[in-house]
Design a protein around this ligand. Structure first.
Ligand code: ADP
Ligand code: MG
Length: 228
């Protein structure tokens, strides 16, 4: 059985002129436990929307998103929040760290919504991403590459079954981008988490066994539909 299984997923958003536009329309998509997949798509093709649907941050209009046997589309918002905290890690392009908190507190905050604060695990994860000597630094005292490494440590903090990564190398220089990608991939392997990484950057394809083009995955989207 797949760890993640999507069927007939549909998400529409209202455009600036008020017409409903189909942003995501996927007939079928599966991710196995421990699999690492790159989902490639141009800017505006719905990558972030798809990850937010899988994470349960936004609700689908139609379809199923079954994660580890549970269809999150059938859950309330608080139910989706609880599942996200327990089974998903999320790495964002812009890191999304909390400025008022140190590195280790950022990782621990992630834990407090999920499996519970475990300071020694938080320290271990930060050491693993090369920040053992920065535990008490705040995000504004870190470089871009270091910030993304904190976010990677945080994404693994709740023993996730799936890590979602949204253009995680997009705001980094080539050297830091390479390090971040290697860390995400090796930490997911070590922790037996599956990885679904979305990017517009086709050069990442050589690092993945599974590469999917979102344009091919998206069924023909009906451009616009008038609101009835
Ligand atoms: P990508 O991550 O591939 O660049 P997004 O998922 O961010 O694409 O956006 C896909 C499309 O959905 C864009 O045209 C965007 O304007 C639209 N969109 C995203 N979020 C919203 C929203 N909250 N309300 C209305 N339109 C949105
Ligand atoms: Mg995006």
């Amino acid at each position: 059985m797949s760890l993640l299984s999507i069927k007939n997923l549909l998400k529409r958003y209202a455009s600036a002129t008020g017409e409903m536009t189909e942003i995501v329309r996927i007939a079928s998509f599966q991710l196995s436990a421990g699999e690492q997949a790159l989902l490639r798509g141009e800017s505006g093709s719905g990558k972030s929307t798809l990850l937010n649907l899988i994470a349960g941050i936004v609700a689908a209009d139609e379809g199923e998103i079954v994660i580890d046997g549970v269809d999150i589309c059938g859950l309330s918002e608080s139910g989706r929040d609880a599942r996200r905290a327990r089974s998903l890690g999320y790495v964002f392009q812009n890191f999304n760290l909390l400025d008022g908190y140190s590195c280790i507190e950022n990782v621990e905050l992630g834990m407090s919504f999920g499996s519970g604060v475990d300071r020694s695990l938080a320290r271990h994860l930060l050491e693993r991403v090369g920040l053992g000597n920065r535990l008490d630094y705040r995000p504004d005292q870190l470089s871009q590459g270091q910030k993304q490494r904190v976010a990677i440590a945080r994404a693994l903090a709740n023993h996730p079954k799936i890590v979602l990564a949204d253009e995680p190398t997009g705001n980094l220089d080539p050297s830091n981008a390479k390090t971040a990608l290697e860390l995400i991939q090796s930490l997911c392997r070590e922790n037996e988490a599956a990885l679904l990484l979305v990017s517009h950057d086709a050069s990442l394809a050589s690092s993945f066994e599974t590469v999917i083009d979102l344009e091919e995955l998206n069924e023909t989207k009906h451009g616009t539909e008038a609101i009835s």
